[in-house]
Design a protein around this ligand. Structure first.
Ligand SMILES: NC(=O)C1=CN([C@@H]2O[C@H](COP(=O)(O)OP(=O)(O)OC[C@H]3O[C@@H](n4cnc5c(N)ncnc54)[C@H](OP(=O)(O)O)[C@@H]3O)[C@@H](O)[C@H]2O)C=CC1
Ligand SMILES: CC(C)(CO)C(=O)C(=O)O
Length: 324
């Protein structure tokens, strides 16, 4: 692994690499804003002219954790006006990964690296189809963000981000990128087992995303209602059995500790992003979070009845909302 991506390592060690945030919503604005604040040349690529104009006029406003401030940052609403980037952060929702990856692949300089810290499974594979093998790193973040108004992003907590090679092991480019991001205001570690870490985070999503998404309860609210908390734990148990079939060990204590950790944290006051998507009329990430695990379960004959029920109900809720 040590030699993976020498060209990429050199690009990331450049003094002034160019960063492109593709699909700059809440997380993209937070990542891009923090990096630009510490001096990296960042472009936020977004679709909304309203948001782009607000940021061009007043800068990107970051509020909440770390204090309220405005950060000047370059914004584009079409790939045509973007210069080739050394680092691409793909930060759209999972259902847009294919379209976004295809549109930004031509904007990657030779040897550039693209990273996903999106939730769920399968985003990196889709990125590889568009960007080529060897150009993509996996990741996850414990940061949380929402867009409060056009050009205003709320940062919920100062928490770490992990990145790594999807095939496992530590590479120079992952370490170079983690160092670059950390030095520029985004504490990041290189992980030798990013896929396991992504499954670990997925435990939280399968437990909480639809239980909150369907009911409108907060994370704390789900945990405090025993029959619903039971469903959340069953969802984790099924996902862990699928992970096990794929060679990833997430023992019961580990996954329940992750669950108890979020329930005991400030995040317990929040509804999940799946619920926020329902309320905002947006498509949810049900396929990347539930569909991906159900499919991996099927291919190894691991039953996932709870996950299937949660996913089907979410799809039904989305359809009813869209038809109303
Ligand atoms: N928010 C959070 O706290 C966390 C989110 N995540 C993950 O990060 C990812 C992003 O989440 P989040 O930032 O909340 O999502 P948002 O919905 O806030 O942002 C996604 C952005 O992608 C843009 N987008 C969608 N389709 C396209 C397209 N075809 N071309 C260009 N842009 C597009 C959307 O634009 P438009 O607004 O125009 O639709 C939107 O601004 C998700 O995978 C999520 O699970 C992970 C940890 C925490
Ligand atoms: C971990 C969790 C459940 C925290 O809100 C999340 O990632 C989400 O809401 O999408």
């Amino acid at each position: 692994m040590a030699g993976v991506g020498n060209a990429a390592t050199r690009r990331l060690q450049m003094k002034d690499p160019r960063v492109l945030v593709a699909g700059a919503g809440a997380m993209g604005c937070l990542f891009g804003g923090l990096l630009a604040e510490r001096g990296l040349r960042v472009t936020l690529l977004m679709r909304s002219e309203e948001r782009a104009s607000a940021i061009r006029e007043r800068g990107l406003r970051i509020v909440g954790e770390g204090g309220d401030r405005s950060v000047p940052i370059h914004v584009a609403t079409t790939p045509r006006s973007v210069v080739p980037a050394d680092l691409v952060l793909v930060q759209c929702k999972a259902h847009a990964t294919r379209e976004v990856s295809r549109s930004v692949a031509p904007l990657m300089a030779p040897g550039a690296v693209a990273v996903s810290v999106q939730n769920g499974l399968g985003n990196e594979e889709i990125m590889v189809e568009a960007m080529g093998p060897g150009a993509v790193l996996g990741g996850l973040t414990s940061l949380g963000a929402t867009l409060d108004a056009p050009g205003v992003v709320r940062n919920y907590a100062a928490l770490p981000t992990l990145i790594g090679e999807m095939s496992g092991g530590l590479s120079q480019r992952a370490e170079a990128l983690a160092a670059l991001l950390t030095e520029h205001g985004l504490p990041t570690e290189a992980s030798a087992s990013i896929l396991t870490e992504k499954w670990r985070k997925l435990m939280l999503n399968v437990a909480m995303s639809a239980t909150s998404g369907l009911t409108g309860l907060t994370i704390g609210g789900v945990a405090s209602l025993p029959p619903l908390a039971l469903i959340a734990r069953r969802a984790m148990d099924e996902a862990a059995a699928v992970a096990q079939a794929w060679g990833i060990d997430l023992p019961r204590e580990t996954r329940y500790r992750v669950f108890d950790g979020i329930v005991g944290s400030g995040a317990a006051r929040n509804k999940t992003s799946m619920r926020r998507d329902i309320e905002a009329g947006r498509p949810s990430e049900v396929e990347a979070i539930y569909g991906s695990v159900i499919e991996r379960g099927r291919s190894k004959s691991v039953p996932t009845p709870t996950l299937e029920a949660l996913a089907a109900l979410m799809l039904g809720l989305e359809r009813a909302r869209d038809e109303a």
